[in-house]
Write a protein that binds this ligand. Structure first.
Ligand code: GLY
Length: 579
């Protein structure tokens, strides 16, 4: 019996493989020991299954990748409250009908915000105020961003794409291990304190929800229904705005009705650059992601990385040296471009990459103090979520959005079911001093009314032969940029399939603190060689980043073929759905 099943399995696998081979060339590298999910007509890779399925349901009813992305975005606000949100912000990178564009729906500082608003009389940062209070909230951009994307680039109605989120909130869904453990984990570093949040995310007796429990969110369903009826106006001017402002007024919050009505999405030109035969398109400021991914690729293009071999000591040495230089520049030159002139062209120029490359000693680590921002030329959090969507026509959406910390400030806006972001913590509260993630920020990212805080969110699309080939992105605050860098290098240089590219151990250096973090899986021999070169190694207790990526067969838009999805297994709960 067992043998018959084995034969059947082998023959099905072979047929599938042979089909992929015959229709679209060699695709999956089986030797890489991690396999992507494969579909033909459309795919969503996201942090949670119901939300990924909500997106696929839109594709099946004739929607495009944007419809699916908006449905997934609303649904994640219900099923993945650690980062999915209505009262946060993010970035959406699209390749739609052969053109790329970037929708910036990052939060803005309220009008009452000012540079020293989180400083105590002794000059230190009031951590509670900066991260755990209503004053840590930026004016949310998510609802404006999702509705903007849908109206400009989608095909379905708001009622259709928001429906799955409303159903998930109203009827509830079964809590899985990822959600249950996430709620408990947050309690370890920031105990649940807000009454509304406890009412929603803890059981009635105050115990933690368990896998298998049912989570219904009636207030959130109400909010979603207002948005369904009145569009983004519900959130920025209508009934949701009224509850939002009442909550702020009752609790010393800064966001006013005027702040909400003033909020604007900005559509920007994405950043792009060349690495060998690939074109990389990524997030422009106020994200630092695209700038530094391109800057590091410009440096690394000049090193014989494939000769060194993946994750060899030499390979990691060059990565670390490039990372230090990029993060040094980040601390000085990156901020909201409407408030600070970011020297974009210089930072991503090949000449500058070459100058930085020439300063790397092939055998010796440079100490962080030897590197100055701007030689030759700031702040976030570990939780955020990224998802990728591709439709049957080859349109691609790469979306990263966030509440900043896991569950934001942990405060739910009364009567709305919405968790509040603490994105103001991404400004440099005290220029020149590290934030809780060790990132240094300068004047470029100082707090100013209306300004967008600097971000690392890096939704990215890699092009091959001029066509979208890979969509990826990650949460992780400061490690987002290096996570995306290594994921795309794994695919571009070493031909790893997207699941293997996601899985391989990663390293991270951010200039300060002067330490090279390595994930489990980098060999002890390699670690010793790196130490001999002078790197100060730190075995990371936490994994770094969590990508949700999709790869497309060459010519997918024109000739069809396959889509390959991978949810990075570093954290529980991810899903790739498709058909
Ligand atoms: N709050 C995370 C980021 O914007 O990078």
């Amino acid at each position: 019996m067992f043998f018959r099943y084995l034969v059947l399995f082998v023959s099905i696998s072979f047929t599938l493989f042979a089909k992929a081979q015959s229709s679209a060339g060699p695709i999956i590298n089986f030797e890489h020991r991690a396999l992507p999910v494969v579909h033909r007509h459309g795919m969503v890779a996201a942090a949670e299954k119901h939300a990924a399925e909500a997106g696929v349901a839109m594709l099946k009813k004739g929607g495009n990748a944007v419809d699916a992305a908006v449905a997934t975005g609303f649904a994640l606000a219900v099923t993945h409250p650690t980062a999915g949100n209505l009262a946060g912000g993010g970035f959406m990178l699209l390749d739609i009908d052969g053109k790329s564009t970037f929708i910036d729906y990052r939060e803005t500082a309220p009008r009452a915000a000012h540079r020293d608003m989180y400083l105590k009389p002794d000059g230190s940062v009031d951590q509670h105020l900066a991260y755990m209070s209503r004053q840590s909230a930026g004016v949310p951009g998510t609802v404006a961003g999702l509705v903007y994307a849908l109206e400009k680039y989608g095909r379905l109605s708001l009622a259709e794409v928001i429906r799955p989120a409303i159903d998930l909130a109203r009827k509830g869904f079964v809590v899985d291990y990822a959600l249950a453990s996430g709620i408990e984990r947050r309690n370890r570093y920031a105990p649940w304190a807000d009454t509304e949040a406890k009412r929603i995310f803890l059981a009635e007796d105050g115990a933690f929800l368990q896998p298998g429990d049912h989570l219904i969110q009636q207030d959130l369903a109400w909010t979603l229904k207002q948005i369904k009826r009145d569009g983004a106006d519900a959130f920025y001017r209508g009934k949701v705005a009224q509850r939002f402002v009442a909550d702020m007024e009752a609790n010393n919050g800064l966001i006013t009705a005027q702040d909400l009505t003033d909020y604007r999405v900005v559509e920007r030109e994405p950043l792009s650059g060349q690495f060998l035969d690939f074109e990389i398109v990524s997030a422009p400021p106020p994200s630092s992601g695209g700038v530094h991914i391109l800057q590091m690729l410009n440096i690394l293009e000049l090193a014989p990385l494939t000769e060194f071999g993946h994750n060899s000591a030499k390979y990691i040495h060059y990565l670390a040296e490039a990372m230090k230089r990029a993060y040094a520049d980040r601390s000085r030159y990156l901020g909201d471009p409407q408030y600070f002139k970011v020297p974009l062209d210089e930072l991503i120029s090949k000449q500058y990459g070459k100058k930085l490359f020439q300063r790397i000693d092939p055998n010796k680590a440079s100490a962080a103090e030897q590197i100055r921002p701007g030689e030759a030329m700031l702040a976030e959090s570990p939780d955020t979520t990224h998802y990728s969507v591709v439709d049957g026509e080859g349109n691609v959406v790469s979306n990263t959005y966030t509440l900043n910390f896991s569950y934001g400030s942990g405060i739910v806006v009364k009567g709305t079911g919405m968790l509040l972001n603490n994105e103001m913590g991404d400004f440099s509260a005290r220029p020149g001093h590290p934030n809780p993630y060790g990132l240094l920020g300068g004047k470029a990212n100082a707090i100013e009314p209306g300004k967008r805080p600097l971000s690392s969110m890096s939704p990215t699309i890699v092009y091959r032969d001029g066509k979208p080939w890979l969509s990826t992105g990650s949460p992780g605050g400061s490690v987002i940029i290096t996570t995306v860098l290594q994921t795309i290098l794994n695919a571009m240089l070493f031909d790893h399939n997207i699941a293997a590219a996601a899985m391989l151990p990663r390293v991270h250096h951010q200039w300060y603190p002067d330490e090279l973090r390595v994930e489990y899986g980098v060999s002890p021999d390699t670690v010793r060689l790196l130490q001999d070169m002078g790197h100060s190694l730190k075995q990371s207790k936490r994994t770094m980043g969590r990508t949700h990526s999709i790869m497309l067969d060459p010519g997918f838009a024109e000739n069809g073929g396959y889509l390959y999805g991978a949810s990075d297994a570093r954290r529980p709960g991810g899903a790739v759905a498709g058909y």
